[in-house]
Design a protein around this ligand. Structure first.
Ligand SMILES: Nc1ncnc2c1ncn2[C@@H]1O[C@H](COP(=O)(O)OP(=O)(O)O)[C@@H](O)[C@H]1O
Ligand SMILES: [Mg+2]
Length: 455
């Protein structure tokens, strides 16, 4: 019985997704942070040049013959040269009256405390950075204020910004790629103890119920602890049932054998025919129940052992020969001969107790359902597959029932007068299945049943 686990998502995928998602958010944040910082720096650069330029213009302002004059020095404009040939606009005012330059440029609002003020705004359909600064000229008997507005388009700045954006994007992408690689690596490293545990569980043989002793990360310790305690309990209950089966077999068989021998002894001493008849039925009933109990316990033992098969190298011919030797007294009672045919040695790795049990049931059936004075043929071969065939000279299987005879507690129509519990073929089939083989029932052309245990 194997139940597949119900899968709900993947730990690895979940972890990778969370880490990559986090990395993506960080990369985007990094991109915007770098860009906005770079924009600030670039803007400050332009502001500084604008301020230097406007200051040098104001420095050139002076009274000449009692009139305020502003001679714009060449350097004031040349320092504003940019690779993108940004255009420059200016307007000069004296006490808020326009003197020269672009009269639509206008001064920026309040510039408190004589500090120059900066603003980015739209002018003539393009975005400009404008600075306004002023200076008070003091003459012999007058004082006047010169105000200058200086504006510059921002094409070079936009170019720089594009370049910075590109670089910031590259930086973000690089960071993201690195983070993805790290996430996958970290996930792998986190998951690997789990895979190692899974491996060591699956690699175990079915009999191996020893506790896990390899060190595991702290978070997995409770899992391993409960796994170990589960296996401990399993191991204990398995060996308990094994002991129980053996004990039960012993406790049932021994008293039944004793009762049977008493009954037989009594039978010899009883003279009255009706009492003898009663004693005979009693012996038969004892036989029946001891067989049934034996079969039931065998079946339990086989179900138990088949679950964790213990294979060992053995010679099947040897095993069969041994069995024949032990069954010969029973066969002799019915004048049956047990003939061993086939190869001399057939090596096979299997559970000897199970195989013996299966074969004993097959030979037992052959002896039970054959008429007296016949021969039972047992042959062992290794080609094309390892197989043991038991054939008899009896009436064979009832053909219409042949499919169901291996089922538990199922007996055939021809079994009416024989003792049995309907478990013999079930046991043989369970043993075959446990070894990866099968049981085949058929009737021989020359008459008689033929059961093949192929492994
Ligand atoms: N060698 C055989 N010849 C004829 N019938 C057989 C033979 N072996 C088994 N059978 C039939 O298969 C049935 C199931 O066999 P089995 O499982 O061993 O139970 P049981 O022998 O206790 O009846 C038997 O009841 C019998 O009808
Ligand atoms: Mg049987």
């Amino acid at each position: 019985m194997q139940t597949d686990a119900v899968v709900s998502g993947s730990l690895r995928n979940r972890l990778v997704l969370i880490l990559i998602g986090g990395a993506a958010v960080l990369a985007i944040f990094l991109f915007f942070a770098v860009r906005s910082y770079a924009v600030q720096v670039a803007q400050r650069g332009q502001d500084n040049i604008l301020l230097a330029s406007v200051t040098s213009m104001l420095d050139a302002a002076a009274f000449r013959d009692g009139v305020a004059e502003v001679d714009i020095p060449y350097a004031a404009f040349s320092m504003l040269n940019t690779p993108a040939d940004d255009r420059v606009f200016y307007a000069i005012y004296q006490d808020d009256t326009f003197l020269s330059g672009y009269n639509d440029l206008g001064l920026l609002g309040e510039n408190q405390g004589g500090q120059p003020s900066f603003q980015t705004r739209d002018y003539r359909d393009t975005s400009v950075r404008e600075v306004t600064a002023s200076r008070t000229l003091i003459g012999a008997d007058q004082r006047t204020e010169i105000q200058i507005a200086l504006a510059q388009t921002q094409d070079a700045l936009a170019d720089t910004l594009d370049q910075i954006s590109r670089n910031a994007a590259l930086l973000g992408l690089g960071f993201f790629a690195l983070a993805v690689a790290l996430s996958i690596w970290a996930t792998q490293a986190t998951i690997s103890p789990l895979s190692r545990l899974t491996n060591s569980v699956t690699r175990r043989g079915p009999q191996d119920l020893s506790p896990f002793t390899k060190p595991v990360p702290q978070e997995m310790a409770p899992l391993v602890t409960s796994l170990n305690s589960l296996m401990g309990r399993l191991d204990q209950s398995l060996s308990q049932s094994e002991d129980f089966i053996a004990e039960a077999a012993h406790r049932v068989r021994t008293p039944l054998a004793t009762v049977r021998s008493y009954a037989e002894a009594t039978l010899l001493r009883v003279n009255k025919e009706e009492n003898r008849e009663a004693m005979r039925s009693m012996v038969k009933a004892i036989d029946e129940s001891s067989r049934a109990a034996g079969q039931l316990l065998d079946h339990a033992m086989i179900t138990f052992r088949a679950d964790h098969l213990e294979r060992e190298e053995l010679d099947l011919v040897d095993l069969v020969r041994d069995l024949i030797l032990r069954l010969t007294p029973v066969a002799d009672m019915k004048d049956l001969t047990l003939d061993l045919r086939g190869e001399d040695t057939v090596t096979y790795a299997g559970d000897p107790i199970l195989l013996q049990n299966a074969l004993r049931n097959m030979i037992d059936n052959a002896m039970k359902y054959s008429p007296a004075d016949g021969a039972i043929e047992i042959s062992v071969r290794s080609e094309p597959v390892v197989a043991v065939t038991v054939s008899d000279q009896g009436p064979g299987f009832p053909l219409d029932e042949i499919e169901t005879l291996t089922a538990r507690f199922t007996r055939g129509r021809n079994a009416d007068n024989t003792i049995g519990s309907g478990l013999g073929l079930t046991i043989a089939q369970d043993v075959a299945t446990a070894h990866g083989g099968e049981i085949t029932l058929r009737n021989r052309e020359e008459g008689g049943a033929c059961v093949i245990l192929s492994l």
